[in-house]
Design a protein around this ligand. Structure first.
Ligand SMILES: [Zn+2]
Length: 375
């Protein structure tokens, strides 16, 4: 997507350049985490206009990391790249891709009128995405070396650094992606929600997404009370249960009372998909950029890069607190904030998370429960 960014001489871009030259940019740590000795990494650079260009031609404001391959030095002159390439396993979530349902939900948030791309009110869509992907990465696949970063605009990235994740082929990455990708089409979602649903899908519905749906969509956003929210709900339910869609069209009930009533309504004997689960997954299940995960050569913006359009830093964050994770884009500093001394705490925490991510020794990868050790 073409982005509108400031001209290269603007204060915005000067700030971004100063950020890279400033001692707080963790260049040495990034080098040790993302550039292995004896390897050559495919890196691309984005300039102030947002275009990708070859190294050395212009001043970069973003770095994009691709695959890494071992090199064979021939004296001091040149290096021959040989061997299999490796790369972190990555997932990319962007609210831009949620717009089919996401925009209908934004009636309550200031984004459409303020021109902002994401605010505290609509960022809850990322809460569900982070919780679901974290569950797959740590509980299903049992990866140990994870890094979550804010993209700097409307999304988040997940990086997985376990040795086995780095060496996955395209077909293995595709398999993993498809295990996670439960809801990218109506038919796919219906088949994943068919009775009897798997324990994994039941857990995601009952323990992750439905509580979030009640809290953020029913209680905070008043989904069923707004004409746009009610209309979107009805159009989604029409795909799986026209009788229930009709009930939503005529019912005087509101919020959680309406939701509870819908959940207890008997399904027609021919309907083997729970329409309430279908609605919740349609709203909240992560929409992922397939190529970012399946292609071993795909370029992803390096953590701690400054976003060329927003000036926000791609900062790591930790979603594993005691409270349910709640994404707040305002908690992430821009380069201008950092240069003025703001955001120091979250920046320092981000550097600590990056250092931990560099440790690839915690993997217990498995997609087959029978293959797990009981210890
Ligand atoms: Zn918003």
């Amino acid at each position: 997507m073409k982005r509108t960014v400031a001209e290269s001489g603007s204060p915005h871009v000067r700030n971004i350049r100063r950020y890279y030259e400033n001692s707080l940019y963790p260049g040495a740590t990034l080098n040790s985490v993302f550039y292995d000795a004896g390897t050559m990494r495919d890196v691309r650079y984005r300039n102030a206009r947002g275009d990708l260009y070859p190294e050395g031609k212009e001043t970069a404001v973003e770095f994009h990391l691709g695959a890494e391959r071992p090199i064979l030095r021939e004296g001091s002159r040149c290096a021959t790249v040989y061997g299999e390439s490796t790369r972190e396993l990555t997932f990319d979530i962007d609210l831009t891709d949620y717009d089919a349902t996401g925009l209908a939900l934004r009636y309550g948030c200031p984004c459409p009128s303020s021109g902002k791309t994401m605010c505290r009110e609509c960022a809850f869509l990322l809460d569900g995405a982070v919780a679901v992907l974290n569950f797959f990465a740590t509980e299903v696949f049992r990866f140990g070396s994870l890094l979550w970063t804010y993209s700097g605009n409307r999304g988040v990235h997940l990086w997985i650094n376990d040795p086995i994740a780095r060496s996955l082929t395209k077909s293995a990455r595709t398999t993993l992606f498809e295990i996670v990708d439960l809801a990218s089409s109506t038919e796919r979602l219906k088949s994943n929600l068919k009775d009897p649903v798997s324990p994994r899908v039941r857990f995601i519905y009952e323990s992750v997404l439905e509580p979030l749906f009640r809290r953020r969509l029913l209680d905070d956003a008043g989904l069923f009370e707004s004409p746009a929210g009610r209309a979107t709900t009805i159009s989604i339910l029409n795909l799986v249960d026209e009788e229930l869609a009709d009930y939503f069209r005529t019912s005087q009930e509101k919020g959680n009372a309406l939701w509870n009533a819908a959940k207890t309504r008997a399904r027609s004997p021919t309907n083997d998909v729970d329409p309430c689960a279908f609605l919740v997954f349609r709203f909240l299940y992560p929409v992922m950029d397939r190529n970012v995960t399946v292609s071993p050569h795909h370029q992803v913006k390096q953590p701690f890069s400054a976003h060329a359009a927003t000036g926000k830093v791609e900062l790591p964050f930790d979603p594993n607190g005691r409270e349910p994770f709640s994404f707040d884009p305002d908690a992430f500093p821009s380069v201008a904030d950092l240069l003025a001394g703001g955001g120091a705490d979250s920046f320092r925490k981000g550097v600590d998370l990056l250092k931990k991510f560099g440790d690839r020794s915690k993997s217990n990868f498995s997609i087959c429960p029978a293959a797990r050790s009981d210890k």
